[in-house]
Design a protein around this ligand. Structure first.
Ligand code: SAM
Ligand code: GLN
Length: 286
């Protein structure tokens, strides 16, 4: 099979699941992964035959993609702020909205403050803490997740990027665990925020493949993590400190009010798609 035939076959198959643009993007991603050569060269050498190994890999990928598995899990990596992160089905695939959240936090964090201490709640692949540490190397960066499997993936990513992160394994909803965490200047989190009742509304391959522990929160209490973070910040956030949170687009107002009710100054921000997607809570200097 030539590279051109492979990519035509794959694109055609993907169009049964995805729209044409997404099918093309996934095809390019897979072809680059399998051949190790860039798009321009692939066009130039389109008649080149796959080696036996490449063909095996192609067939294996095609079966998993046909089952609706996201391309990031098929190839084992995802992109986040131009870095490649190892992912598997134990961790959420990092999202563009979360890149915006990290950029916001970085733009508001004085990089030269001595002894700067930061915590990310809900590590996943480790994309948030690793990016913070890369951008602010002098900061002490902590992260917590209840999933050991997720922490293992994040540790691999931290090793790949040679970043020193303080990993904590535990349930943030347990006040005892919160006591073991340090004093902080910045808290950031993309906690689970999709109520189970919205399960039908989201892409079925997200529901089938991504960890439910990362996505869903109990219907009756979608603010569960935000309230725990608000309480935690009362004791653990230094005066002048800030909390950056990714949110469900329907909960902007509630989470702004929640922050205010705990005495934080709250600012709501939209993502690139114009949806209420993040909130900043600042602890005023008395
Ligand atoms: N920060 C990553 C990102 O943005 O791609 C992952 C975010 S994912 C939406 C939420 C993460 O919170 C998951 O990794 C999940 O395992 C973790 N988590 C869920 N419940 C938790 C809890 N009670 N305590 C600590 N972490 C929790
Ligand atoms: N933004 C993710 C999604 O739409 C959910 C992330 C989360 O629950 N924190 O699937």
């Amino acid at each position: 099979m030539t590279m051109q035939e492979a990519s035509q076959e794959l694109r055609k198959m993907l169009q049964e699941i995805y729209d044409p643009r997404e099918s093309t993007n996934i095809t390019e991603w897979v072809m680059e992964d399998i051949t190790g050569i860039n798009r321009i060269d692939r066009i130039m050498y389109h008649h080149r035959l796959f080696t036996e190994d490449q063909l095996d890999k192609f067939n294996d990928y095609a079966v998993r993609l046909a089952n609706g598995m996201p391309v990031q899990y098929v190839t084992g990596y995802a992109w986040f702020m131009a870095l490649r992160f190892r992912v598997n089905e134990d961790v959420l695939i990092p999202r563009p909205e979360t890149e915006e959240l990290v950029q916001w936090a970085l733009s508001e964090t004085p990089p030269l403050k001595e002894g700067l201490s930061m915590l990310d709640i809900g590590t996943g692949s480790g994309c948030i803490p690793i990016m913070l540490k890369k951008k602010i190397p002098d900061a002490a960066v902590h992260t917590l997740d209840v999933s050991k499997e997720a922490v293992d993936v994040a540790k691999d990513n931290a090793a790949i990027y040679q970043t020193e992160i303080h990993f904590h394994l535990g349930d943030f909803l347990d006040p005892g665990i919160r006591l073991t965490l340090p004093q902080l200047d910045v808290i950031i989190s993309n906690p689970p925020y999709i109520p189970y009742t919205e399960k039908e509304k989201i892409h079925q391959n997200v529901v089938r493949y991504e960890p439910h522990l990362a996505l869903f929160v109990k219907n009756e209490d979608p603010l569960l993590f935000y309230r725990a973070i608000a309480v935690f910040g009362k004791d653990h956030l230094n005066a002048g400190g800030k909390i950056f949170l990714e949110i469900n687009e329907d909960l902007g107002e509630s989470i702004t009010h929640l922050g205010n009710s705990f005495g934080y100054d709250a600012v709501l921000k939209k993502d690139m798609q114009g949806k209420d997607r993040m909130v900043k809570w600042s602890k005023l200097i008395k």
